[in-house]
Design a protein around this ligand. Structure first.
Ligand SMILES: Nc1nc2c(c(=O)[nH]1)N[C@H]1C(S)=C(S)[C@@H](COP(=O)(O)OP(=O)(O)OC[C@H]3O[C@@H](n4cnc5c(N)ncnc54)[C@H](O)[C@@H]3O)O[C@H]1N2
Ligand code: MOO
Length: 399
């Protein structure tokens, strides 16, 4: 059995370099995808000195607070930028005339005389007020984010603003999902008393859906090496094969043997984490193409945990993206470390005067209900002692 950090290192090391093609993806379909080239701004942002309030553009040096101010024009958003020759009325989003240096909000002036206004006592007049300067957010050609950035909802408006209607993204690896087990039935079936619905297939599919990675193929196999072998041979024609079940020490645990027979090289079998101990990882190289293979334990909670612990970083590495960072937080409440395996437990963030993370109640490493309502996973190290912080991974990876 190896430690988690070592196992993850071996997984990342096995990811083929520069394996991905690129494609342009319509912006709204690109959430969750990874950029394949640096994203740079095509223009200044704001593209001109922009009024941030409805009001009056003035030049401070011309202003005499006691005298009424004659308004020469009204400027709307979209009107061409002009040079300043006299105070103007202008609307939020309009181009401030070149030479004006302050926008006074209309609430701060007396407008009762129409085109001649006067400042009220509450008017605050200072250079640059209510003007967003051309290029203060972005300069033309400025790097916004590098290749390998995962596009999320916070970036869509910005990408739209710089005209990236079809960002260049790396093509995702092809994924095949295989569940195993004679006792497993479809989630549409009514299970017999000792049958179990196939929740693992749904968990893995949902994970890839959230990552916006299409799944090429899904299969379910009975615990029979002879009939499973030709199907698994076909399933190996993919980039990433994820199996669940049949990897521990039982008489029906045929998966490692069949993978070996099919020429898949084992990199590790057994990681000192709970749940997830029997995780198996390897790969097969054929004609310079590598298929990565994970055989996850059947335990549904082990599958839930293995996806963020192994598959999410693997996908990031594949796309040339930095790994999600962990948080190190004080643990609120009690914890009982396991001296043999690091426990991966559902955790909830605690705010208030003593912020941190608390471990949610669980009946053990098979408790399928325990993670509902959690914010992420607590890594409870074997050597953890009261007062130590814990490593915490937000669901979805965070930043
Ligand atoms: N003698 C030993 N027994 C076990 C060991 C061990 O080291 N020595 N490890 C235990 C640990 S830890 C785990 S985790 C499990 C993993 O077992 P397998 O990977 O062989 O998985 P199965 O036995 O096939 O199934 C385990 C469990 O999960 C249920 N399951 C399986 N597939 C699905 C699915 N698609 N959807 C929902 N639930 C599924 C299955 O019914 C079992 O209850 O082994 C321990 N045993
Ligand atoms: O490692 Mo198993 O997943 O404890 O239950």
């Amino acid at each position: 059995m190896i430690e988690y950090d070592e196992a993850l290192r071996l997984v990342l090391e096995a990811v083929p370099a520069n394996a991905l093609a690129t494609e342009r993806v319509p912006l709204l379909d690109a959430i969750g995808r990874f950029t394949a080239s640096p994203v740079v701004s095509d223009r200044s942002y704001p593209p001109f000195d922009r009024a941030t309030m409805d009001g009056y553009a003035v030049r401070l040096s011309d202003l005499d607070s006691d005298r009424p101010i004659a308004i020469s024009a009204t400027i709307f958003a979209g009107d061409a930028q002009r040079s300043y020759d006299a105070p103007v009325r202008l609307m939020t989003g309009a181009a401030v005339p070149i030479g004006a240096d302050c926008v006074i909000p209309r609430e701060e002036v007396d407008e009762s005389q129409g085109e001649v206004i006067s400042l009220t006592p509450k008017a605050r007049v200072s250079a640059g007020r209510n003007i967003a300067r051309c290029g203060e957010d972005l300069k033309p050609g400025e790097l916004i984010f590098p290749a390998g950035t995962q596009i999320d909802g916070t970036m869509i408006g910005l990408l739209a603003a710089i005209g990236e209607s079809h960002p260049l993204c790396s093509v995702s690896p092809r994924i095949t999902i295989v569940s195993t087990g004679n006792e497993i039935v479809s989630i549409d079936d009514k299970p017999q008393p000792t049958q179990i619905r196939n929740s693992n297939a749904a968990t893995v599919q949902a994970f890839f859906k959230r990552m916006n990675v299409p799944v090429q193929r899904t299969e379910h196999l009975r615990d029979d090496a002879a009939s499973a072998t030709p199907v698994l041979e076909e399933c190996l024609h993919t980039d990433l094969l994820i199996l669940s079940g049949g990897v521990s020490a039982g008489d029906a645990d045929f998966v490692p043997g069949v993978l070996h027979a099919l020429g898949v090289q084992q990199i590790f079998h057994g990681v000192a984490i709970k749940p997830g101990k029997p995780i198996w990882f390897g790969y097969r190289d054929v004609d310079r193409h590598r298929t990565l293979v994970f055989a996850l334990p059947g335990n549904p909670v082990a599958v839930q945990v293995a996806l963020p612990l192994f598959i999410e970083p693997l996908l990031r590495r594949w796309h040339g993206s930095p790994l999600s960072s962990n948080l190190y937080l004080p643990l609120v409440g009690e914890a009982r470390p396991d001296t043999r395996r690091m426990q991966i437990l559902p955790g909830r963030l605690i705010s208030g005067p003593h912020p941190g993370v608390e471990i949610l109640k669980t009946n053990g490493s098979g408790d399928i209900r325990a993670s509902v309502g959690s914010d992420g996973l607590v890594f409870l190290e074997r050597s953890w002692a009261p007062g130590d912080t814990v490593r915490f991974r937000l669901h979805g990876g965070g930043r």
